[in-house]
Design a protein around this ligand. Structure first.
Ligand code: FEO
Ligand code: CA
Ligand code: CA
Ligand code: CA
Length: 596
């Protein structure tokens, strides 16, 4: 950061050439090694992966599907060990058409017609998260498939509901008349690690799991029932006509202690219920804990939570209660560059029983409606948020919003039919994350800077490889450098015409807004992770859903992937072996800091 202020580049590497092909690519001089793949054993008694004979029992002991968030918990707890730790990985969702033989993924109806209870149960077991013990020996990472620290959390693992909404009438079901426990976590997208060594795993598009027998059933403010999966045809809890409250028990931040494989995950309701993309924690000078989280939906909001109690260094049991009590705020981004944090507190302003919020618990369960009531700024799909601990700047990835019309523009969301996204920087006064007034500005606007009609904004030195569209996840390394990953989805050809990847982003000094491509994914994949080891000598990334998004636009393949014929068989490239979402460990040949 000091170098950047003088105009020196923060990064030194040769960019990856943009493009799309069947494999992944990293900058010259680096190794990108597969650490673990979908189906690899996580628990000591896991059977070997056989995609033709998969079962829910096997999947529940093997690495799940669609690795997303990656967090590194050093071993031992409390240390800063760079070469031994627990890797915490979310498994966001499943792609039946490339997981199972014989399914046609092109149409929901055809897919559902071919689904069975056995396949649905495999999917449920492929969700959740994994913890694996990993170690770097002679410069190379391996995981220990026999470690007793390893853990699988699935869509069936019992979680505890804590905070203001625990026990509320809207949280009670026939399985759980107390409203305090729920089976599973679902659609865990990104997340965060806390300074006290826990893993925050963010439940995102939970609406898609809830089923209604009538395919025309209208969705609520959260899109429930979404009917993306037909689990409700086999399990009553996912059928909203049978268990209307079950959907209220998803859409939370889940706190997990990775150091205790027997610990129960806790859904922290004080942080509100929405499509949490991620959760990023800062500790302020007065030891308040502030947690930022975005709601990934077109026209939804950016939130922050401020703890009521203070962080106490060394008192882990106490710190593990901090996310249960505090104030949730929602962001209002004003044209003059000010950012107001509006408290979502029952009884204040419009947040009353007359307006549909009987108490604070109901307000938190319906956080989106509370955000509507107070007039928060409707954003272009808030994805990951990260705090830069060196500068206290907070980065918000706004991925895109194809539905924004020309008469719906505002300063923070300035483009209509925004296919490309933007990165917003939020600046707390004097680094005080608890403040209710910040300032904000735009760091970059995605898209091709050569096309005037796109209205992109990058530093002029950004190369043809370095600009991007659709920022999604991000990480700040231990030197305060920002790294951004992209997810263009099925629209990749229009958004940029190149595969997703990892970009190194200058944030300060004369080069602010310069971006460089460091890594790119195989066709149809999305770039998740990213996570640095404590010495910045390893970058872990998660390659999610290879061979799925927009493979019909990939020449000469020209069609949607199936299990039998995927656009790529990355990373194994073995006949009959489907593509496998995998975590990749990137290291510099001969050692050294990534990007230096
Ligand atoms: Fe799971 Fe918003 O990406
Ligand atoms: Ca994503
Ligand atoms: Ca992140
Ligand atoms: Ca995304």
């Amino acid at each position: 950061a000091a170098a950047a202020a003088e105009g020196k580049p923060s990064f030194a590497f040769t960019e990856v050439e943009f493009g799309v092909d069947e494999t992944h690519h990293v900058a010259a001089g680096y190794d990108a090694d597969i650490l673990i793949r979908w189906g690899d054993p996580v628990l000591a008694d896991a059977p070997a992966f056989d995609p033709m004979k998969q079962s829910a029992a096997a999947q529940g002991k093997q690495f799940g599907y669609n690795n997303d968030f990656v967090g590194f918990a050093p071993l031992p707890l409390g240390s800063n060990t760079p070469d031994h730790g627990l890797l915490c990985v979310n498994h966001e969702y499943t792609d039946e058409e490339v997981m199972f033989p014989g399914l046609n993924g092109e149409q929901q109806k055809a897919k559902f017609a071919a689904m069975t209870k056995d396949l649905a149960d495999i999917e449920i077991a492929a969700h959740g998260g994994s913890v694996i013990e990993i170690r770097k020996v002679a410069g190379k990472w391996t995981y220990d498939p026999k470690s007793s620290m390893n853990r699988r959390i699935t869509g069936e693992t019992e979680c505890i509901i804590t905070g203001p909404a625990a026990g509320h009438a809207l949280m009670k079901t026939s399985y759980d008349p107390t409203g305090t426990k729920v089976r599973g976590m679902l659609n865990n997208c990104a997340g965060g690690m806390t300074p006290w060594g826990t893993w925050l795993s963010a439940e995102e598009n939970f609406n898609g799991y809830f089923w209604h027998p009538d395919e025309k059933a209208k969705g609520d403010r959260y899109g429930v029932p979404g009917r993306w999966y037909n689990w409700g045809a086999y399990h009553d809890r996912f059928d909203v006509t049978k268990e209307p409250n079950e959907a209220n028990r998803f859409g939370w931040i889940v706190e997990i202690d990775p150091y205790d494989p027997t610990s129960t995950p806790r859904k922290r309701t004080a942080l509100g219920r929405f499509k949490h993309e991620a959760c990023s924690v800062a500790i302020t000078k007065d030891n308040s804990v502030v947690a930022y989280s975005g709601d990934d939906e077109r026209f939804d909001y950016v939130y922050k939570f401020v703890s009521a109690k203070k962080y106490v260094a060394g008192d882990r049991a106490h710190n593990m209660t901090l996310l249960d009590e505090g104030t949730l705020y929602v962001g209002k981004f004003n044209t003059d560059g000010s950012l107001e944090w509006l408290p979502l507190v029952h009884g204040q302003g419009k947040l009353t029983a007359e307006n549909g919020f009987r108490d604070q618990a109901e307000l938190l369960i319906k956080a989106r409606l509370a955000g509507d009531a107070v007039g928060a700024t409707k954003m272009d799909r808030p994805e990951d948020i990260e705090v830069n601990p060196k500068t206290n700047a907070v980065y918000v990835m706004l991925t895109n919003n194809s539905r924004r019309k020309a008469d719906q523009l505002d300063a923070a969301n300035p483009r209509a039919e925004n296919l490309w996204g933007q990165v917003v920087e939020m600046l707390p006064p004097d680094g005080d994350h608890t403040a209710t007034k910040f300032t904000w500005n735009i760091l970059v606007k995605g898209g091709n800077p050569q096309l005037a009609e796109v209205g992109a904004m990058f530093h002029a030195d950004t190369s043809k490889n370095g600009w991007f569209s659709c920022p999604d996840n991000c990480a700040v390394d231990n030197q305060g450098r920002l790294w951004i990953t992209t997810d263009q989805g099925e629209g990749w050809a229009k958004a940029s015409g190149k595969a997703d990847g990892v970009y190194a982003m200058e944030t300060a000094g004369p080069l602010r807004g310069k971006s460089m491509m460091f890594y790119r994914v195989p066709v149809g994949a999305e770039m998740c992770g990213p996570c640095f080891a404590p010495d910045d000598q390893t970058l872990f990334v998660a390659v999610q859903h290879p061979a799925t998004d927009g493979t019909d636009l990939y020449k000469p393949f020209g069609k949607l992937s199936t299990f039998e014929e995927p656009a790529t068989r990355w990373p194994d490239f073995k006949p009959g072996m489907p593509p496998r979402p995998s975590v990749v460990a990137i290291t510099k040949k001969g050692g050294g800091v990534i990007g230096s």
